[in-house]
Design a binder for this molecule. Structure first.
Ligand SMILES: NC(=O)c1ccc[n+]([C@@H]2O[C@H](COP(=O)([O-])OP(=O)(O)OC[C@H]3O[C@@H](n4cnc5c(N)ncnc54)[C@H](O)[C@@H]3O)[C@@H](O)[C@H]2O)c1
Ligand SMILES: [Zn+2]
Length: 371
């Protein structure tokens, strides 16, 4: 890993790849794609870009121009922005477009957008012709620090999120932090919840860094953003390297706050809570649970409250949800990560380290909904 934080290497043997992080590096997409694919400038490059209606202009069009200018043949397909596009129907439309484009194993699929576009395009790349080359150009903070790293791709089933999917690592990831200039405030702050999560689960020093750079975080300072995104990618890469296919249990630490958060998202109604907002509240429920098990004290909870509040994330379970502990519990038990009725929680024992804990009685779990 590069100490300037600009290139993070994801070490996965033959599936290893680089994440190139900078402010204003989007025009390098052709050069980097050729590098990652091992294609010289005189070899043909056929690119199939998937994007959404909010990202097409200016970002996907900028990627398209850079690739065309470098001599690539480019097709752009734009899906409707929003989670509903992460469907088999949309994947099927993309397969049709790939047939029309006469895509073959040498064609590269580029996802230019947030996690929705990344998961959808990645799934299509994983499955079409038994696997196409794939490059990620994430444009939301969440996609930069989470969904574009690690190779999970997929679409939703009407009865369950991310139920249909596959592991398919990209050949490379280009992160231009400048693309976040157009990201709506709420989406940006939602991504910050995942950023703060990495500090709590893996890295005390990083948590300190975030506490010391609140102004930079709130103002989207380019130097701070590059530093933050690079560190999160490194931290996620470490976890993915040890548990690429989610078999050893280590990858589960990324779910800190998420057992509660998934229930809040499901019960709050569509669009009421963004994922990161639910994670922010869920992390504090998890921390209260950790405190009730004697793992941490009030100080560790307060530091998280202070940091989350400083970046304007919600910290309290909404009143209407607090009134429904039984429904929240039921929802958590239905979560696909719950094994045989035993809810497992990722809980800190200090800022910078967590363990997965099961066998907690349900009253203790719901008591942590309020402070
Ligand atoms: N594969 C994984 O490991 C993984 C991990 C976490 C989340 N996810 C998935 O990621 C998805 C959520 O990702 P997300 O939060 O990025 O959502 P998203 O892709 O829906 O993007 C959020 C919104 O921001 C818009 N947008 C994106 N980039 C923009 C930009 N630069 N300027 C202006 N608007 C922009 C989008 O059009 C959308 O309206 C979920 O489907 C989730 O399941 C996957
Ligand atoms: Zn998350």
């Amino acid at each position: 890993m590069n100490s300037s934080g600009q290139t993070v290497h994801v070490d996965l043997g033959s599936r290893s790849y680089d994440i190139s992080i900078d402010a204003g590096n989007l025009p390098q997409i052709a050069e980097l794609t050729r590098l990652w694919l091992g294609r010289s400038p005189d070899q043909p490059l056929r690119c199939f870009i998937v994007t959404d209606t909010n990202v097409l202009q200016p970002h996907a069009n900028a990627v398209k121009s850079a690739l065309s200018d470098a001599g690539a043949e480019v097709q752009v397909v734009c899906v409707k922005a929003g989670e509903a596009s992460k469907s088999l129907a949309e994947a099927s439309d993309l397969y049709d477009e790939l047939v029309d484009f006469r895509a073959d194993r040498k064609t590269v699929v580029l996802a230019v957008g947030g996690g929705v576009v990344g998961d959808l395009a990645g799934f299509v790349a994983a499955t079409y012709a038994r696997g196409l080359l794939f490059v990620q150009v994430p444009t939301t903070l969440l996609a930069m620090v989470d969904s574009s790293v690690g190779g999970k791709t997929g679409v939703n089933h009407p009865r369950g999120k991310n139920l249909i999917g596959s592991f398919h690592q990209p050949a490379g990831v280009l992160i231009d932090t400048d693309t976040m200039a157009t990201l709506p405030d709420r989406e940006y702050r939602s991504g910050l919840a995942e950023v703060i999560k990495y500090g709590v689960i893996q890295d005390t020093e990083f948590f300190n860094y975030l506490e010391n750079n609140i102004v930079g975080l709130n103002e989207r300072d380019p130097a701070v953003l590059r530093q933050v995104v690079a560190r999160c990618c490194e931290l996620k890469a470490l976890v993915v390297k040890e548990d690429e296919y989610e078999t050893t249990g280590l990858r589960a630490i990324l779910n800190y706050g998420h057992t509660y958060a998934h229930a809040f998202e499901a019960l709050a109604g569509y669009g009421v809570l963004l994922h990161g907002e639910a994670v922010s509240i869920g992390m504090l429920c998890g921390s209260r649970l950790a405190k009730s098990l004697g793992r941490i004290g009030d100080a560790e909870i307060q530091r998280q409250v202070d940091l989350l509040t400083a970046v304007q994330l919600p910290v309290d379970v909404p009143q209407d949800l607090q009134a429904k502990p039984d429904e929240i519990l039921k929802c958590m038990l239905l979560d696909k990560k719950t094994v045989a009725g035993d809810l497992k929680f990722v809980l800190p024992d200090r800022i910078g380290h967590v363990d997965t804990i099961g066998g907690i009685d349900t009253k203790t779990i719901v008591d942590c909904l309020s402070s």
